[in-house]
Every structure is written in structure tokens, then in C-alpha cells.
Design a protein around this ligand. Structure first.
Ligand code: NAI
Length: 801
């Protein structure tokens, strides 16, 4: 007989399987075949085709689901459209009751959903039971609250309309909740497509919607693969796409939606750093690694997949990790003692194997625990990779498997450089017993979520989403709701006077003269403004601009690709602007307003001559521009973040961080006021900008840089490149060192900017050709501009023992 002491020594224990009879009965009741959920009922697929759904742990077929085709999507979108008006017309309180009911019912079926999720996805029951499903419930409860508050907390906003939502397979029901709960709270209706590997909990959720009495068409669920997803993306009746999945597909969706006016949020891949300083509690950090990279088999977008450990403790940390890896149990997901379950599908397993093999070929050392893997099913052992160069494939590519890559550093500077050496920026974990060290790293790491001495913490009250190629938009909390709302003002159209077309091709070379005169004429070409200095355009060309009476008003430089590149470089060098205090930035902005005021008369005359607006209107434009600068100066130290109410004994700091380098293209209406209305909020928040002014009235901007010069605006914070807005816009949109781009120009230009921005997936804000009433304090000014000038970083700081 085994003695208790033997058990304690080996920690061996027998199987503890979770019963799956309820789920099996449910599958049998449906005869293993599931239809689409459209307009409040289950409907057969138009083409009559189905695809199999397999349990990755055993390889057995669980069911088959309908393959969505164009007719199904048409039907689903039509149902969502029909339902949207009445759903949004309901009181927030009524919508809250439905969301509350959904939360309650899932709460009652927690075990059923956990088992179904684990069978469909392969994740350990411990995780689906203790993490996924509780978070799903929390999300619906939390958003029931938002439904109640939406009118009072978001006045001036309205629902987007019909939302197409496409989700991945790694957290099937949780991603559904992250999408559906905020959409419904805000008064939208949805067409959701679960991933083809894991559609079953979404179907079970559809049944919950029926049970909760949700009005028909508010939630529609269409199953299918990527082709079905792209039909949703391309459907004309959809007003917004919310996508979670690979960066590759995110790019395809950005392109497909460009210029359609569809709102878009993308939650994409990651390669998140897990930084361990030499004073960290190493045992806690090891447990952190377990939760960071071996949670859900590493198939987590925010998985801490890059261990960046201080050299002095690296060996010790690796040894502890190897010892811990030996105790991880890989096996049946329904066994309550399993730590690591099955990989979702054979293609994913193949992808992991291939990447690890490539890493090995590059010379990386792979350590895998020798724990036995089950004989059948899709399993991969926990893996620790050392000896990788920062540029190696395993350090750069998202593996999406239980593979940890380790690198070492000597100084905090080096740690941050390694951490930020990634095209992604989803999450980061920082481990040190010194609060100063952790918060310093948290502030400097480029990631949407940072966990201090912890990892993979989530809550409905906190936003989640990435920097850089990890996407844009946030899910959860107050910041997440903006993704499902549109400002009512943006639906109003504004009439603007027509402006004369500019002929850039007729540009004479700057200072072109036939023969050298005895005394060269004074060069009156207004130059570009780059890095705090006037700069000749690279092309050497200028173009003529005319005043309202048709007289030539002057020549301005014709900026090109190279000038934009120089301007971006200058903007990058001015990084200090983002780290000085809001107070200091405010002082510079007030000074700018003051100096503009000193020259108000001159600017008024210039605007009147150029645009032909009557004298008073031109003076008013200048007066408003001065006030606008003061408005954003005032906000520079007031548009601050929040502390989200997430878990107890956790401070979750939602910080509004500047993007860094932004592009801004100005419209032709109100040339000074529009320029100021766009530049002031951007720089007030700490961004540096590359601005292209109105190509029709660029002289207003070139006059303005003289004001910048006298106002202590540091060199490189504002860079002005005159020229053809559309040509310059393409270069800005394609520039991978520009993090965000506001384009206010034509409809076609807006489409081009969105399509050309896919390189680094920069966040774009375009006007789709809609003119803005810059004189309006609602349309041309407000917190909306500040929100677009920042991205939210959520820093989680647990406290207590
Ligand atoms: P995927 O991005 O292809 O799939 C995610 C969802 O998008 C699924 O519902 C899929 O049907 C749908 N989809 C695929 N192509 C589409 C298209 N052209 N238009 C609209 N919808 C489309 O991800 P996949 O192929 O399953 O996984 C590949 C890699 O992507 C993984 O190894 C991982 O690196 C990454 N990934 C990242 C996720 C994240 O949460 N950030 C989630 C899933 C995958």
C-alpha cells in the first residue's frame, strides 16, 4: 500500500476527471448538429454545408456546425438591422435587465460552460472553471451596469449600429463576452462569428439569449471559417467591425474596411516581455511565468512569452524554472489536476513545432520537461528556450504555444530596449521588489497592459488592448465603451465654401532664375519647418498660392517623401516633450496663445486676404484659435487617467499616454483655426507632430511657425511640411515610425490613408470628407480630440502580502 509519506514525496495523484455527462447529453439532444442563430431562432445554413468540430484532446468529433455563406450573413445583418432601432430605443435600465439576466443564467450553468469550453478548446478545466467562465459572468454584470449609465456617462454619443464581431479560438466564450456585452450595453446589435475550431459555447450562449428573452435579432451568431468572417467584414450593412485574432488577418480587415466608414477595433497578436530584475522574489516570478506562458498552453495573445531576466539571477531563475516545469502535468483537459491541456488544432500544433525547429536551427537551446504526454490528442510539452539573439525568429514571432524564450540583461536600460524591441505591444510583466524600479519600467515599456509583480490579470472594469502592431482600441471598462459609440456631432454635415484647386505640377523650381543677376532677388518662398528650423524642400521646388482675388500671394515649398521622413526623424528626436510635466507643456501652450494674440491683427488680415472671408470673420477665426490653444493648455495637466475599480487589493492605473510621433493633415476650411484645433490637443498630450497644412492656404501655417519659434516650443515638437496634402498623406500613412495619424481632407484621401496605414497598423482618425465646424466648441473642440491624441495603458499593481 502507498504510504502518505510516499505520496507527499512524489506528489503523485490519481486522475480526477470532471463529469461531462451534461455536455454529452446536450450534444446528443442536438444530434451533434448546430445551426446559425439568426433573428432569435436557429436557422439552417443557406448552402446546407457543415463543418466538423473536434475535441483536440482526444480527436473525437463533438458536433458539426453550419458553414456561413453570403445569404446567411445577409440574413443575419438584416435581422440585426431590424432589431437595432428598438433595442437602442429601450431605456438603459431595460437593456441592463437583459444583460443582467444573461449573467445570471450563465452563472447558474457555470459548470456546463466550463466543461463544454474545455472539450471544445482543450484548455484545462481548472482554467475554464476558475478563469474563463467567471470572467464571462463578470463581464455581463459589469456591462449591465454600463447599460444603466450609458446616457448619463456618455452624453453626446450614440450607438454605432450593427456590429460585426469576429473572435478567435483561445478564449471562445470570454472573447464573445468581451464583444457582445459592451456592444449591447451601448445599444448596438451584433452579428458574431466564433472561430471555426471552437464554436460550441457561442451556440450554447445563443440558447441563453433565448432563455433570457432577448429581443430577436439583437444577437446573431453565424458559424464558419475565415471566408465567413470576410463576408461580415465586407458587408455593406455592417457599421463596425471588432476583431480579435492574428495580426495578419487584422491587416486584411484594415484594408478591406478602408474608406467604408466602418468603425474598427483590432486586438491582435503579441510577444509580451516578462522582465525579472535581480531583486525580484524569484519563486513568485517562477509562478508568474507558469501563469504567463503555460496558461492556456501559451495560446494567449498577451502571454509573457519573452523572459527578460537580469544576468546576475538568470541561471538561478532558469534552474528554478526547470524544476517547476518538471511538476507541470500535461494531459486530459477535463482532469482537475491537469496544468497544461491540448493545443487547439493540428495546424496550430504544426505551427509551434515548425517555429521551434527553426529556432533550433538558428542555434537556440530548447529544454523540455520529460513529463509524459498523452498517447492521443494534440499536446506540446512546456518548453524553455535559451541562447536566443534578440532578432532571432523565436524572440520575434508570436508562437502561440507553451514556449518561453529567455534573454538576459545587465541594466534597466538594456531591459527596456529588449522589451520594446518588438513590433508588438500588447502586455508586459515587471518583477522587482522595488516599487520605483517596477513603475519606472511600467511607464517606459510600450504596451497596453502592464502587470507589476503579477501577470495575466483581467477584469471587466479595466481596458485591454495593444500598442503598435498589437492593434488599436480597448476592450473593457470605460475606455472600451467608446468602441461601440459614435459622437452624435459626427453625423451632422457641415457646409463649407468651395476652395480653388491648386496646381502642384506647375511648380517652378525655387529661386529659378534665367541668368544670375548682379543682385539676386530676395527669396520669398516660404520654407518648411523641420526640427525647429526653416528648411528648403528636398525637391527644390515650390508652388504658387493665390489670394481670394486671384493674385499670387506667395510661393511655398513643395514637400515630398524625403521631407516627411526628415520631419518624422526630427519629431522622434524631441522625445523629451512627452516626459515633461503637463504643467510645463501648458506653460508653453499659453505662451503660444499669447504670442499669437500679439500678432492677431496681422493673422486676421492674412486670413481675410487669402480666403476672402470678411474682415470680422477672419478676426474671429484668430480669436477662436487663441482660445482653442488656451483650452488645450488648460487640459494639458487635467486630461488625466483613472484608477479602475477592478479586483480588491489591486490598483489598476489607466494612464493616458501620448502616441509619440503623430501625423496631422489639415483641411482647407478655417486654415488657422483647423490647424490649431488639431495641433494643440496633440501636443498638449505630449505628442510630437508632423503637420501638413491646407495646401490652398499654407501661408497661414508658415506664418504660424514664426509664432512657434518665439514661444519656447522645443525643436521637433511641431514640424510643418507644405505641399500636396494627398501625396504627403500617403507617405505619412505608410511611415512605420508614425504611431497615429489624423487626416482631415477628402473622402478619397481618407480611404487611401486607412488602406495605406496597414504597415505598422497605426491608429488613424479620418473625416471621410466630412467638413468640421471648427468654430463649434462641440465639433471642433473637446475631450474627443484628447482621447484620439492618447492611448490608454493599464498598469496593475497588486498590494498586500
Ligand atoms: P485567425 O486570425 O486566422 O483567426 C481568428 C478569427 O478570424 C477566426 O474566427 C477566423 O475564422 C477569422 N478569420 C480568418 N480569416 C479571416 C478574414 N480574412 N476575414 C475575417 N475573419 C477571418 O487566427 P488563426 O489562423 O486561427 O491563428 C493563427 C495565429 O494567429 C496564431 O498562431 C496566433 O499567433 C494568432 N492568433 C492570435 C490571437 C489573439 O488573440 N491575438 C487569437 C488567434 C490567433
Amino acid at each position: 500500500m502507498t504510504a502518505v509519506t510516499d505520496i507527499l514525496r512524489t506528489m503523485d495523484y490519481g486522475p480526477a476527471p470532471e463529469a461531462n455527462s451534461e455536455v454529452v447529453a446536450w450534444l446528443e439532444k442536438h444530434e451533434g448538429r448546430f445551426l446559425h442563430f439568426i433573428g432569435g431562432r436557429f436557422v439552417a445554413p443557406a448552402e446546407g454545408t457543415f463543418f466538423p468540430v473536434v475535441n483536440p484532446a482526444h480527436g473525437n468529433r463533438l458536433a458539426e456546425c453550419a458553414q456561413g455563406t453570403a445569404k446567411d450573413i445577409d440574413k443575419a445583418v438584416a435581422a440585426a438591422r431590424r432589431a437595432q432601432k428598438s433595442w437602442s430605443a429601450l431605456s438603459g435600465d431595460a437593456r441592463a435587465r437583459y444583460l443582467y439576466a444573461i449573467a445570471r443564467i450563465i452563472n447558474k450553468r457555470e459548470r456546463f460552460f466550463s466543461v463544454l469550453e474545455s472539450m471544445d478548446n482543450g484548455k484545462p478545466i481548472r482554467e475554464s472553471r476558475d478563469i474563463d467562465i467567471p470572467l464571462v459572468i463578470r463581464h455581463f454584470y459589469h456591462h449591465a451596469g454600463w447599460a444603466e449609465l450609458i446616457e448619463s456617462e456618455f452624453s453626446g454619443y450614440e450607438p454605432v449600429g450593427v456590429c460585426g464581431q469576429i473572435i478567435p479560438w483561445n478564449f471562445p466564450l470570454l472573447m464573445l463576452a468581451w464583444k457582445i456585452a459592451p456592444a449591447l450595453a451601448a445599444g448596438n446589435t451584433v452579428v458574431l462569428k466564433p472561430a471555426e475550431f471552437t464554436p460550441l459555447t457561442a451556440i450554447a450562449f445563443a440558447e441563453i439569449c433565448m432563455e433570457a428573452g432577448l429581443p430577436a435579432g439583437v444577437v446573431n451568431i453565424v458559424t464558419g471559417d475565415g471566408a465567413t468572417g470576410s463576408l461580415i467584414v465586407e458587408h455593406k450593412g455592417v457599421d463596425k467591425i471588432a476583431f480579435t485574432g492574428s495580426t495578419e488577418v487584422g491587416r486584411v480587415i484594415r484594408k478591406a474596411t478602408a474608406g467604408t466608414g466602418k468603425k474598427l477595433s483590432l486586438e491582435l497578436g503579441g510577444k509580451s516581455p516578462f522582465i525579472v530584475f535581480d531583486d525580484a522574489d524569484l519563486d513568485s516570478a517562477v509562478e508568474g511565468v507558469v501563469d504567463a506562458i503555460w496558461f492556456n498552453q501559451g495560446q494567449v495573445c498577451c502571454a509573457g512569452s519573452r523572459l527578460i531576466v537580469q544576468e546576475a539571477v538568470a541561471e538561478k531563475m532558469h534552474a528554478k524554472l526547470r524544476a517547476r516545469m518538471a511538476t507541470l502535468r500535461v494531459g486530459d483537459p477535463l482532469d482537475k489536476a491537469t496544468d497544461i491541456g491540448a493545443i487547439v488544432a493540428d495546424v496550430q500544433l504544426e505551427r509551434i513545432r515548425k517555429l521551434v525547429a527553426e529556432g533550433r536551427a538558428e542555434g537556440a537551446a530548447c529544454y523540455q520537461s520529460d513529463a509524459a504526454l498523452p498517447d492521443e490528442g494534440l499536446f506540446y510539452p512546456p518548453t524553455l528556450v535559451t541562447g536566443v539573439a534578440p532578432a532571432s525568429i523565436l524572440a520575434q514571432e508570436e508562437i502561440f504555444g507553451p514556449v518561453l524564450v529567455s534573454m538576459t540583461f545587465r541594466t534597466p536600460e538594456e531591459a527596456l530596449a529588449l522589451a520594446n524591441n518588438s513590433r508588438y505591444g500588447l502586455a508586459a510583466s515587471v518583477w522587482s521588489e522595488s516599487i520605483n524600479v517596477t513603475l519606472d519600467a511600467a511607464a517606459r515599456v510600450k504596451a497596453g497592459v502592464v502587470w507589476v509583480n503579477s501577470t495575466n490579470l483581467f477584469d471587466a472594469a479595466s481596458g485591454f488592448g495593444g500598442y503598435k502592431e498589437s492593434g488599436f482600441g480597448r476592450e473593457g471598462g470605460r475606455e472600451g465603451l467608446f468602441e461601440y459609440l459614435v459622437p452624435s456631432i459626427e453625423k451632422k454635415s457641415v457646409k463649407v465654401p468651395k476652395v480653388a484647386a491648386v496646381d502642384f505640377s506647375a511648380a517652378p523650381p525655387a529661386q529659378a532664375v534665367d541668368s544670375a543677376p548682379a543682385r539676386p532677388p530676395l527669396d520669398r518662398t516660404a520654407k518648411l519647418y523641420v526640427g525647429g528650423k526653416q528648411a528648403r524642400p528636398d525637391s527644390g521646388y515650390s508652388y504658387a498660392v493665390y489670394d481670394a482675388s486671384g493674385e499670387e500671394a506667395g510661393q511655398v515649398g513643395l514637400g515630398n517623401r524625403k521631407d516627411i521622413r526628415n520631419a518624422v526623424e526630427a519629431a522622434h528626436k524631441a522625445g523629451g516633450w512627452g516626459s515633461i510635466s503637463g504643467h510645463n507643456r501648458a506653460q508653453v501652450l499659453y505662451y503660444l496663445a499669447e504670442n499669437l494674440e500679439a500678432r492677431a491683427e496681422e493673422f486676421g488680415e492674412r486670413i481675410a486676404t487669402l480666403t476672402g472671408v470678411r474682415g470680422r470673420a477672419a478676426d474671429e477665426e484668430v480669436a477662436l484659435a487663441i482660445r482653442r490653444i488656451s483650452f488645450y493648455a488648460a487640459h494639458a495637466d487635467k486630461y488625466d487617467g483613472r484608477v479602475h475599480a477592478t479586483r480588491s487589493r489591486h490598483v489598476t492605473l489607466a494612464m493616458n499616454e501620448p502616441w509619440g510621433v503623430m501625423g496631422i493633415s489639415c483641411p482647407d476650411e478655417a486654415p488657422l483655426l483647423a490647424l490649431v484645433s488639431l495641433v494643440a490637443p496633440a501636443i498638449a498630450m505630449g505628442n510630437r507632430v508632423v503637420v501638413t497644412p491646407s495646401p490652398v492656404y499654407p501661408l497661414v501655417a508658415t506664418d504660424f511657425y514664426q509664432v512657434l519659434d518665439t514661444s519656447d516650443v522645443p525643436a521637433g515638437v511641431v514640424n510643418i511640411v507644405t505641399g500636396d496634402r494627398e501625396a504627403l498623406a500617403k507617405t505619412i500613412a505608410e511611415h512605420d515610425d508614425v504611431a497615429a495619424y489624423w487626416y482631415f481632407g477628402t473622402k478619397e484621401g481618407s480611404a487611401m490613408v486607412e488602406a495605406a496605414s496597414t504597415g505598422n497598423l497605426k491608429a488613424t482618425w479620418v473625416n471621410h470628407g466630412r467638413a468640421v465646424d471648427w468654430t463649434s466648441a462641440v465639433d471642433g473642440q473637446g475631450r474627443r480630440y484628447l482621447r484620439h491624441a492618447t492611448q490608454v495603458k493599464n498598469i496593475w499593481v497588486p498590494y498586500g502580502e
